[in-house]
Structures are given as structure tokens and as C-alpha cells.
Design a protein around this ligand. Structure first.
Ligand code: PLP
Length: 393
């Protein structure tokens, strides 16, 4: 066999899983599917004002002034956006990126050598596996535990730490559990990490979206950390529902001297890529302020769909809606008669697509994860199909 020149950063098995095959078959047969996995806001029927992207034509976009962390006006706009949420951060501590995914990669370059480890919550966002592997580092997990609300199992986190642990990822609110990191958990995490020289990376892409009134205000704030090193990640993809515009950011906090050294090193990394286009930077302030029109619609939609789900589930005693405080998804515990995989494939046969819990690494079966983004009538139709099927299991 001819030797292939590929790295092991990309898995060798790129085949489709049974759910993806069932969806492809349904679509090839022309069978309609209610998609309760839709997480792309630009496909969820929101009203995007025509003027939203007009700032991209700003003449400042015609001039190239390379700046590793981005134009200061754009970084000031991001700082104002944090202030809107009651979080204070200097624009000097903010770096722009093309996306949150890119921010992870830049931070992994700052913090890790090949073979080092980062800890991620379980259950959580499946992309972390790829992000870590693409940067030649190992992903280890700590558990979130559920007792009518999620919290960090700090004992599992301490057990997962090794000599090679460089960072702990927290997602607040988490995808798909919808749990914000509490102030108490963040404080304990800070102590654990400072003592061991481990950085905290808080993914706050969904921080604007709450399902429980007051949840955003109650949440722990990573940028208030004054020891060690911590980062907050965010971006336009969720905060104003514009994933295609490709603008994200990271903001640093911690002990002054450590932050200064981190920023100096990060500057070299960002300067090597300079990946954020000037027209987007020039438009950032306008996008952040005008995007509020989309954010409000998303907030109304997710709250309404979560209520619908809760109401519909009251009539199905075999299923439980897990309490979620924020974010764009909801988790339903369903009876474990067969495997989650068989269940979601069967549901495709009933005309509805949902994610199985194992996609997000739930510790045991059976959970279904639904996106709260679809238009209300579609969502109610899809939930009806799911519950008619699982209610009879
Ligand atoms: C927790 C989490 N972080 C990051 C992202 C990706 O954000 P971006 O589009 O800015 O890379 C997602 C997308 O679903 C997400 O769920």
C-alpha cells in the first residue's frame, strides 16, 4: 500500500454515522424532516434587517493597517458590549479573532505544547475533540452533575488534572445543558487552577441568552478573576446571530503580570495569522449595536420554545425536561428501551431530527437534545412527533 502523507490530527475514519445516513436517505427520498438540530440562526426564520450589513461597506475597510489584536475602535466596541452585560474589561486586553473556534486554537498555541492536556466539561460541545486534536493536544474530561440543575463535579475535575494540564475549559451557559457556571463553582475553580498554574478558558458565546429570568446576572464572571490567568471567549455568531460574518474575540483577566506576559506572547501568535478582515473590524461597532434587533428575536424564540417543551412534557410522565438556565438547546431524558442511536434513527422515520445525548458525551443513556431555535410552529410540530413516539415506548 502506498504510504499516505497525512497527520493523525485528522481522524482516519471520516465515514457517516447511522443518524447521518438515515437523514441522507430521508432527504434523497424527498421525505420532509422537522429539524430540531438546527443551530444556524440564519436558517431559523428570524427577521434580519436589510441595513444590518451596510457598515461592511465603510471606506475604512479600504485601508490595510495590520494590527495583531485588531483595530482599537473594534476592540473598544467589544469592551462596550461586555459593559452592556455589566462586565468591565479594558480594550487593551481584548483580541479579535475570526471565530470562537479560532480563539481556542490561538489559546492552545499560547498555553500548550504537543501532548499537553486541556480539560473540558462532560457533557458539552462536541467540537472540543477536534479542536484539541487539530492542535496536537489531548482532551480530558471533568463531569457536570445534575441535581435539578447542573454544577461542576469538582472532585472529578481535580482527578482529571495531571502534570500536563494547561487549561480548563468552561462553557457558560453550556451547550447543550444550558447551565451557567455559578459564582461559587468559578471561585473554587479559580483556587484549583491558580495553585497549579492552569489557565481558565470560559466560552461565553451564549452568555446573552437566558431561559430563567436572572440567570445571566447570577452567573460567575471569568473576567472578574484577579489571580492566575483566565480568558473569556465570545463572538457575533451567537450574540447577534451572524455566524457567517466571522468575528469573535477573547478577553484576558488574572494577575497583572501574568496577563501582560500572556498578551505579549499572544500578540506574536495573532500577528502571524492576522486573520480578521479589515471591513469586519471597521463594521464591528455597528454590527454589535444593530445586531441587538436579532438578539431580541432569538431570546424571545428560545424562551417560547422552552415553555412549549415544558408544557408538552407535562403530559408525558415517562420523559423529563432537564432544567436549563440559558443557551439555545434543551435536554429531555427519555426511557432507555433501546439505544439512543436506534431511537434517533427511528425518529427520522417519524419525520423529525433530534440529537442523541451521546453526541455530547452524556455519561449514560437516554437523552435527546433539541435546538430551541426553530420557528415556534415547526418546533411544536417536531416536539409532538418526538413525544408521540417516545411516549409509547
Ligand atoms: C459552546 C460553543 N462554542 C463555540 C461555538 C462556535 O462559535 P464560532 O462560530 O464563533 O466559532 C459554538 C457553536 O455552536 C458553541 O456551541
Amino acid at each position: 500500500m502506498v504510504r499516505r502523507p497525512f497527520s493523525s490530527r485528522v481522524p482516519s475514519d471520516l465515514g457517516r454515522n447511522p443518524l447521518a445516513r438515515a437523514v441522507a436517505d430521508a432527504r434523497a427520498d424527498g421525505r420532509a424532516l422537522v429539524d430540531l438540530t438546527e443551530s444556524n440562526p440564519t436558517r431559523a426564520g428570524f427577521d434580519y434587517p436589510d441595513y444590518l450589513l451596510s457598515a461592511l461597506a465603510d471606506a475604512r475597510g479600504l485601508k490595510y493597517e495590520p494590527a495583531p489584536f485588531g483595530l482599537i475602535a473594534a476592540r473598544q466596541a467589544v469592551a462596550r458590549d461586555y459593559a452592556r452585560r455589566g462586565v468591565s474589561v479594558s480594550p487593551e486586553r481584548i483580541a479579535l479573532t475570526a471565530s470562537t473556534s479560532e480563539a481556542y486554537s490561538l489559546l492552545f498555541k499560547l498555553l500548550t505544547d504537543a501532548g499537553d492536556e486541556v480539560l473540558a466539561p462532560r457533557p458539552s460541545y462536541p467540537l472540543f475533540d477536534h479542536l484539541a486534536r487539530l492542535d496536537a493536544i489531548a482532551l480530558r474530561h471533568y463531569d457536570l452533575e445534575y441535581h435539578n440543575g447542573w454544577s461542576i463535579d469538582l472532585a472529578s475535575l481535580e482527578r482529571a488534572i495531571s502534570e500536563r494540564t494547561r487549561a480548563v475549559l468552561v462553557v457558560s451557559p453550556n451547550n447543550p445543558t444550558g447551565s451557567f457556571v455559578s459564582r461559587q463553582d468559578l471561585k473554587r475553580l479559580e483556587t484549583i487552577c491558580v495553585d497549579r498554574g492552569i489557565a481558565i478558558i470560559a466560552d461565553e458565546v451564549f452568555a446573552d441568552y437566558q431561559l430563567r429570568p436572572g440567570a445571566c446576572v447570577d452567573a460567575g464572571r471569568v473576567l472578574d478573576i484577579r489571580q492566575g490567568l483566565a480568558f473569556s471567549l465570545g463572538g457575533l455568531s451567537k450574540s447577534v446571530g451572524l455566524p457567517q460574518v466571522k468575528l469573535g474575540w477573547m478577553a484576558a483577566a488574572g494577575a497583572g503580570d501574568v496577563v501582560a506576559e500572556a498578551l505579549a506572547r499572544l500578540e506574536l501568535i495573532c500577528d502571524t495569522y492576522l486573520s480578521v478582515s479589515t471591513p469586519i473590524q471597521a463594521a464591528a461597532a455597528e454590527l454589535l449595536s444593530r445586531g441587538a434587533a436579532v438578539r431580541t428575536q432569538i431570546q424571545t424564540r428560545i424562551a417560547s420554545n422552552y415553555r412549549t417543551l415544558a408544557e408538552r412534557l407535562e403530559a408525558v410522565p415517562s420523559c423529563t425536561l432537564l432544567v436549563a438556565d440559558g443557551g439555545w438547546s434543551a435536554v429531555v431524558r427519555v426511557p432507555s428501551i433501546g439505544s439512543e442511536e436506534d431511537l434517533v434513527v427511528d425518529l427520522v422515520g417519524k419525520g423529525v431530527l433530534v440529537h442523541p445525548g451521546y453526541f455530547f458525551d452524556f455519561p449514560h443513556e437516554s437523552y435527546l437534545v433539541v435546538s430551541l431555535l426553530p420557528p415556534e410552529s415547526e418546533f411544536a410540530d417536531g416536539v409532538g412527533r418526538v413525544l408521540r413516539h417516545v411516549g409509547t415506548l
